[in-house]
Design a protein around this ligand. Structure first.
Ligand SMILES: Cc1cc2nc3c(=O)[nH]c(=O)nc-3n(C[C@H](O)[C@H](O)[C@H](O)COP(=O)(O)O)c2cc1C
Length: 216
């Protein structure tokens, strides 16, 4: 596929550990996506965000821009908004997303809020993406990830996006996820490879359908 027509995938890593488990899984997603022809940007959120969301009424600049001086604006406008797909890769912290990952979601508010002059364009860019989720955790039981899955599902619903898949890897020390016998790296790689192609369905009672999912 020519470089210019390839779909853009953003992989956001929400761990501070450069060689950690989220990053290891994220690189597997990247390998899969690149093998499938996507243009991939991989970013550590804490290279770009150094502050939580503040009260926009008190800190928005006169021209409408956010006054927080960090790299969020370029991460959001140059990498996130143009991406056709985003894979969030976070460690499970206290049965939730890492603060880095949550801060990314919160900081978007400054730009889609009506008080930002170009919010309509921002909202357009935030909608209709393919969304993937990658989680690293020490514990294995499914319930440890449920709150996060629910949050991402609601985020996808709210932004008219498609939450197409989850890959979870188990490990605690840096990179230990490579020894996870549940093939979590292969699952992450498959998520990257299929992020733009994987079948997505979310029916309503009146959704027209044939009764079969896969063609014969
Ligand atoms: C502050 C903190 C909270 C954590 N909370 C949980 C938890 O609730 N459940 C869990 O299974 N692991 C928990 N862990 C372990 C991490 O999820 C695990 O070490 C993960 O592999 C780290 O990913 P990383 O290498 O990408 O940073 C926690 C770790 C930290 C530092």
């Amino acid at each position: 596929m020519p470089e210019s027509s390839a779909k853009k995938l953003l992989i956001l890593i929400g761990s501070p550990r450069r060689e950690g488990n989220s990053a290891t899984l994220a690189r597997a997603v990247q390998e899969g996506a690149e093998a499938a022809g996507a243009r991939v940007a991989l970013r550590f959120i804490d290279d770009h965000i150094t502050s939580f969301l503040r009260d926009c009424r008190t800190c928005r600049r006169a021209d409408g821009e956010c006054s927080i001086q960090d790299g969020f604006r370029s991460l959001f406008f140059e990498d996130f908004l143009p991406a056709a797909g985003v894979v969030f890769c976070s460690p499970i912290y206290w049965y939730g997303l890492s603060a880095q990952t949550k801060a990314f979601f919160d900081r978007t508010f400054c730009y889609y809020a009506a008080s930002y002059p170009d919010s309509a364009r921002v909202i357009e860019g935030m909608t209709r993406k393919r969304i993937g989720l990658v989680l690293a955790s020490e514990e294995t039981y499914p319930g440890a990830s449920l709150g996060i899955i629910h949050q991402i599902q609601e985020y996808a619903r709210y932004t008219h996006s498609e939450f197409v898949g989850l890959a979870r890897g188990i490990g605690n020390s840096r990179g230990e996820v490579t020894r996870d016998p549940a093939a979590s790296l292969a699952n992450a790689e498959a998520l990257g490879r299929e992020i733009f192609e994987r079948k997505f369905s979310d029916y309503r009672i009146d959704t027209p359908r044939s009764g079969r999912v896969w063609s014969e």
